[in-house]
Design a protein around this ligand. Sequence first.
Ligand code: EPU
Length: 431
Amino acid sequence: MDKFIIKGGNTLSGEVEISSAKNAVLPIIAATILSGDKCTILNCPMLLDVYVICDVLRSLGAKVEIESKNSTVNIDTSNLSDNKPCGDLVRKMRGSFLIMGAMISRFGSFKISLPGGCNIGTRPIDLHLKGFKALGAKVKIDHGYVQVSAEKLIGDKIYLDYPSVGATENIIMASVLAKGETIIENVAQEPEIGDLINFLNKMGAKVKGIGTDTLKVTGVEYLHGAKHRPIYDRIEAGTFMIAAGITRSKMKINGINHEHIKPVIAKLSEMGMDIQLYNNGLIIDGRNELKPIDIKTMPYPGFPTDMQPQMMSLLSCVLGTSVVTETIFENRFMHIAELKRMGANIKIDGRSAVIEGINKLTGAQVKATDLRAGAALILAGLESDGETEIVDIYHIDRGYSGIEKKLGLLGAEIKRVKDSSLDEELKVKNQ
Ligand code: EPU
């Protein structure tokens, strides 16, 4: 198991390139199931989560070629089968439940391990199942598995009680080959959903309503293969913007759709950071004196929950009182205990965290409890006095492609260390 060692205090400078979005690529890879033809994903980020979903598809009989040198993934799902086991892989990553909509669309029935909760919340799938049922499917939950089956999915009107990202994606994938028209109301409007729809429409699907709260899907008989370059990762971009703020540095970030990152730009500008936009990126200057702010996470276009932990690191070292309220996940404050080990002054009050900013954090041994919590600890480490050691960084590898290399090129002192004693410990536990 690897860990990161960070020597804090360096000023960063230069340019960084943002990768494609993990949360766009995962549903797009799941969508390749819908066609028996070959699909190609260009500029695919080489991430742990991508490898896992590719393994899930392989376990179902797909041929997946990952060309890491040129970041291309070729997927051929012509020999896919619905009766191969992929339970362990699905349990490894919640995101693999995204194959359900596409599998029932193509095969009429599919059984998969029920995804559990995770460190950020219980994360039920009731809305996904509500959508499948509305399309005429039968849902059976038994011994930790969920089986969804339908002779033929038939379009209907579906109202989502909450604009869930995953449920919206799964229901879209279930309805593109359904008979007739499906109207999905109160859908999530995250840019990654628009990207999935663009990919599906390239495959021959008929989905309208990108960026609105209602989608209209007209079922088609067949989808063909397609080639796609996913959108930039707005959360990776936001993480580097905060890196500029927390290290009081100026840097250029290439690979940003400004529209997608509006709430982060708005909040960092409100704090006093200077942000200049250009075509495909921005120049961010965090050298001004920064002010405390209040943040509330909301579904898109509100402030993203996936940026909340990183913002908390920044606010921990901005003098004054800030309040961060998490409304999306009920347990996304695990990073607070770790930030406190680094000297942060944060109190939790229900779903809000009250942060009294201090002058400087101090390096410590900390643990990445989930992906974005891990990113927040890297950022805190960059600012801190002394050395920070972050363990369990496999969480970070799930969603950031070579983050230590990118930060290293900007001037950070961060190295990845293989901890063989941890590997031994894990071996013993698994025996
Ligand atoms: N929810 C339900 N019932 C459902 C589905 C969701 O109650 O059937 C609840 C969840 O428990 C949660 C809220 O709705 O409290 C939002 O969940 P949502 O379904 O929108 O999230 P998701 O699809 O599970 C995706 C991203 C997350 C991101 C959220 C919110 C992927 C693979 N994951 O998760 O990304 O935080 O949307 O924007 O797209 C990350 O990248 O670190 C990450 C966690």
